[in-house]
Design a protein around this ligand. Sequence first.
Ligand code: UDP
Length: 349
Amino acid sequence: MIKIRIRFEVQTERMKILVTGGAGFIGSHTVVELFNNGDVPIIIDDFRNSDPFILERLKEITGNTPVFYNLDCLDLKGLEDVFEKEKPEGVVHFAAYKAVGESVEKPVMYYENNIGTLINLLKLVPQHNINYFVFSSSCTVYGDPEVIPVTEQSPIQEASSPYGYTKQVCEKMLQDFCKVNQNIKTVLLRYFNPIGSHPSGLIGELPNGVPNNLVPYVTQTAAGQRDQLTINGGDYNTSDGTCIRDYIHVSDLADAHVKAFAFLQNQISNFHVFNVGTGSGSTVLEVVKAFEKATKVTVKYFIGPRREGDVVSIFADNSKILTELDWRPKFSLEEALLHSWRWQQSLSD
Ligand code: UDP
């Protein structure tokens, strides 16, 4: 019997990609990686969680001026005009609120924005020849997991905040959408804890007011803007009593989006979910120590009470993304913290 071996070349094409929330923290880093890949990102953002100077910085980093629309994604007509004018092939949807505590205070605002913007996009996507859709989800969908690390098969548990619930609803909406729109290939990326900034320190996270997240609080404390860091609980059942998270460099996370579009171009099935994490967890105290080691700057802290709703320990089983997307994190925790510090210093200048 003669065996015929057919070799399939994995081919990917450069694409025009609509990036909602493209001036935001993860969005702006993804725009950089898309440009680096030769793609053409089109940004939609209304700067509610960003600033126009980020667009200038994107030009400085990449040498490209991104096409930009100042638009609220709840504006269906405005969105439709952008789809008609730009004719993108792919969409990556970041534009959403993300503060857990704020979502408890303002649930309706979160439901309206996070779910409403996705509804608008999913109304338009089938009418405008969009082939690829990548959605920003979160490991918050796993709730407080019984088994760690979490895989993509780990149970989705009751959300501990309206923010978490919006991510669960959006995931379900996309799953249902994909069943009836077989030609639109979709990836959900479940982010763990994004930190760091572009190594240049030119773009990064712009927290609104007092930061809720650990790393911006650490950098602001190191910069003297905050008196001291409160560590939320030191009596958990972990190696040093503080909570464990999987901190991933934002540029690595951004790269996962580029890899997701490349992956989708070679897929037959149209709905895929990936964890995006480093695969290892660090305690809060380990983060503080790693920051001090990387920057040689001391962080004043004290151990305060536990924060309500905190998950004790979560980190990713990232074997699926490592295998299927040919993605791997390039930056260490210390490098990520050093880059966060560079960004913080550029803001303080
Ligand atoms: N954390 C802390 N002090 C702060 C902010 C956060 O000790 O000022 C802790 C928080 O309780 C959690 C970890 O740092 O254990 C990561 O918190 P973050 O809000 O950054 O991420 P999330 O809880 O959403 O994973």
